[in-house]
Design a protein around this ligand. Structure first.
Ligand SMILES: Cc1cc2nc3c(=O)[nH]c(=O)nc-3n(C[C@H](O)[C@H](O)[C@H](O)COP(=O)(O)OP(=O)(O)OC[C@H]3O[C@@H](n4cnc5c(N)ncnc54)[C@H](O)[C@@H]3O)c2cc1C
Length: 399
């Protein structure tokens, strides 16, 4: 049975425990942004690809829902800046293919102590990779952004390639284009078992599917799907409060005046987006939250996050009401070093994992999808994947 959501056609699986004769080149598990990007990359290359998603689409239970994400080339680690060059090009290409806006260029502002390590590392990465940027010393920073109230020694970097990704529309674009290029998407199909072999078999409650390779992008459900493989990663699943703060004067923090932004904030990092996708409201969030299980996301108390953010907004954004008007919820899956795992599963050359994107994986998805796809096809990936190796974490006890 076919259902249509906007331009997205989803094949609903009503078969009874069937095993298809079809052997896919690649089966991708998880239609969040990373799995959808990998599926899009593979189908565009003409690979016979199946994308399986446990929930009916669209859904808001993982990490890829909502209307906005920040994109930027400014990173402290230059391997990300390198990846973001190509990612930025692919985002633009994807929106052309889809025919709707995915990327809204507003610029991005990295804020911190003048000449401090955070800003210096960003400057080094951007310089090494020839990316454009402007360094604003304290006086210039204060003059350019009078709606912000930071200490006198604060400076900023303006990254003109940064902006807002329209998250929901980006996901729809990946999945829609994937199907246009011949990919098959089945939602409401939870993968309950993966059987290794030269041909890998994936079981769902209604049917089994086969692929020469498999890519697993399970988001916060990683530990569930990895357990049968004897793989335990030190992942922390965290509840994130998505907070919208009302402008006292409408338009004072709009995208023409304020870019997307990030600040280290003494170990309590915050990020934000101008009033844009929710007119009259600025999105400002803590990049941390309480640990929890994806299955019981809203049972964990996040009051301390909101209390901390009220104080933050009162102190640094005097033009906003210091109580959030809207509170939404999303999930991070964090690794100890905040870099994802992009690698084969141990003792496997045809099962690839992309997990632990630690709250910054959306913007990277075009290149993450590409390298996951390259690994699944047994090719040398276009980027060095040493920072993302699975064996950087010692084996964990207690499966
Ligand atoms: C509030 C918030 C703000 C963020 N801001 C930014 C930002 O500004 N910039 C940025 O770059 N990134 C940002 N991120 C991070 C980014 O959104 C995530 O890194 C990214 O969405 C992770 O995608 P994913 O595909 O790994 O996980 P998910 O989106 O969770 O997708 C995993 C999918 O796998 C499915 N699945 C799991 N198990 C199975 C199974 N057994 N069978 C079938 N399907 C299965 C799940 O249902 C889910 O759909 C933010 C995240 C949040 C929560």
């Amino acid at each position: 049975m076919h259902k249509t959501f906007g331009k997205l056609h989803v094949l609903v699986d009503l078969t009874q425990s069937t095993m298809s004769d079809v052997v896919y080149d690649v089966v991708v598990v998880g239609a969040g942004v990373e799995g959808s990007a990998a599926a899009y990359y593979l189908a565009k290359r003409g690979k016979k690809t199946l994308l399986l998603e446990q929930f009916p689409l669209p859904h808001s239970r993982g990490s890829s829902h909502g209307q906005s994400r920040i994109t930027r080339k400014a990173y402290s680690q230059d391997f990300y800046t390198e990846m973001m060059h190509e990612a930025t090009d692919i985002w633009r290409q994807l929106e052309k293919e889809a025919g709707w806006e995915v990327f809204r260029p507003t610029g991005y502002l990295a804020m911190g102590e003048h000449n401090g390590v955070f800003l210096q590392d960003n400057v080094s990465s951007l310089t090494r990779h020839g990316a454009s940027f402007q360094y604003l010393p304290p006086l210039d920073f204060r003059r350019r952004y009078p709606m912000l109230a930071y200490p006198d020694n604060y400076a900023a970097i303006v990254d003109p390639d940064g902006g807002i990704l329209r998250a929901d529309k980006a996901l729809l674009a990946y999945q829609g284009m994937f199907q246009k290029y011949g990919g098959r998407l089945i939602d409401g199909a939870k993968v309950t078992n993966i059987r290794r072999g030269n041909i890998v078999t994936l079981d769902t409650p209604n049917a089994s599917y086969r692929g020469r390779s498999v890519i697993i992008c399970p988001g916060p459900w990683a530990s569930h799907i990895l357990r049968p493989f004897g793989v335990k990663l030190p992942l922390k699943v965290v509840r994130i409060c998505v907070l919208y703060w009302k402008e006292r004067q409408p338009g004072s923090h709009g995208a023409s005046k304020l870019p997307t932004f990030y600040e280290d904030n003494d170990g309590y990092p915050i990020y934000g987006l101008p009033s844009e996708e929710y007119p009259g409201h600025v999105k400002i969030c803590l990049h941390l939250g309480p640990e929890m299980e994806a299955e019981s996301r809203d049972q964990v108390d996040a009051k301390w996050v909101i209390d901390r953010m009220r104080n933050y907004v009162r102190d640094h954004f005097p033009g906003l009401e210091p109580a959030p008007s809207i509170v939404e919820t999303c999930i991070y899956t964090n690794t100890p070093d905040c870099h994802p795992v992009i690698d084969y599963l141990p003792s496997s050359r045809n099962i690839v994992l992309g997990a632990g994107f630690s709250g910054h994986g959306f913007k990277l998805s075009p290149v993450v999808g590409k390298v996951l796809g390259q690994l699944a096809c047994g090719e040398t990936p276009s980027y060095g994947l040493t920072p993302f190796r699975i064996d950087r974490f010692p084996p964990q006890a207690g499966l």
